[in-house]
Design a protein. Sequence first.
Length: 89
Amino acid sequence: MSWSELLQLGTADPTLTFAREKWTQPGKFVWVAPRETVTAPTGAQYPLCVTVYFKDADNIVKPYQPSMDGMTEADDWYVGVSGRPPEER
C-alpha cells in the first residue's frame, strides 16, 4: 500500500500498525495517533494535525518523518510489524 493509503487506514482505525517490506530489523512499526485538540493560552481549542509515531527495533518511540521515498514512491507498506507476516485485511 502507499503512504496515502496508510494515512487513510490509520486515521480510520488507530489500532492498526504498519511496516515496510524493506525493513529488515524485526519489531519496527508506525501508527497514526488519534486526532486530539489542544488548548491555547487564550483558552481557545484547536485541532492537532495527525501525528504518526515510529517504534524502532530498540523500542524507542518518536514522531515519524518518512523519507521522500517512503511518502511518494513506496508501495511496500503493509498492516503489521516488521519481521512478521503481513496481517490479512
